[in-house]
Design a protein around this ligand. Sequence first.
Ligand code: QUE
Length: 355
Amino acid sequence: MTGNIGIGFEVRGAAGIITLDRPNALNAITHAMVLAMRAQLDAWIDDNAVEHVVLHSAHERAFCVGGDVRHMAELGSTGRKEQARAFWRDEYALNHLISRYPKPYVSLVDGLCFGGGFGVSGHGRYRVAGEKLGFAMPEVAIGLFPDVGGTYVLPRLPGWAGTFLAMTGARIGMPDAMALGLYTHHVPAERWPDLIEVLASGEAMHAVLDRFAAVPPEPTLKGLYPVIDRIFAGGTVPAVVAALEHAGRGEGTEAEFARLQLSTIRRASPTSVCIAFEQMRRGLSQDLAGCLGLEFRVVTRMLDGDDFYEGVRAVLIDKDQTPKWRPSRLEEVDPAAIAALFDTPLPDELVLPAS
Ligand code: QUE
């Protein structure tokens, strides 16, 4: 069923089924996978046999850990930036198509779901989480930023949870991801084969999902949501850092949490953390198309900087976990330079139809 390009397609009864299957890279999405998925989704719009679409992973450990950033870093550092940009252009356009797909679209997400994995699932009408879900937008750790529509989705989460997730790249489990509304249904993964069979039989997707849905456990972070809201509501990056420093003094769950988040932010790319914060400020006033357009500007400029290459080297290639960021401290990041990343148009902007 699945070919050697890391993704497979099948029509089973009324269901168009997409299977992510690139096990050596935890299903990290390549350009070929983006293009194949786009072509199939376009074709299924006019295929009367296909009532609805299901996206899932062939592997238990991971739904998808993101875009193939290793390869993008290699392209960008060897004179092939335009090829890397073409990947992101097509990936973001796919994310946008999924948000406006005319047939019911559900992703079955268990195991790791990072960045680009959220891009192909999180904008769909229905999003099912399994009990082993590990969700994160961890791009600040590799000198990138929470793209694939993170600018749109994250600031719309309850309270300041999105700003927390964007600035820290924190990983959350299924109960918290459900509580925040990132997923619409929890269905235990052992029931997914049955779920797919019933969808293949042609029963309406919303009815099937409601019937299979289970009540998720209480969110792990529940007691910390008020703390997150208080800390991440600070109007500037220095204000958030100061609030974390303040909350981190003393003992107890809250202080421990604040110290952990501060150390995570301090390990991330300072430029990326400031970009993530700026995304949250700007995203609320744009539709998804506008947000993806801004992200395309920013990612284009990241290819001309150092941190993306250094982050991929330190985290994914050498795995020494000691990136040398430039600038190296949050305090050295120029706010005007961050604003310019968003405000300066490109000669070849990503223009998507307004949603
Ligand atoms: C942040 C990220 C990614 C990441 C790690 C981060 C990301 C990504 C991968 C990844 C992991 C394994 C692979 C691969 C890529 O890791 O986006 O090809 O084999 O794709 O901390 O954003």
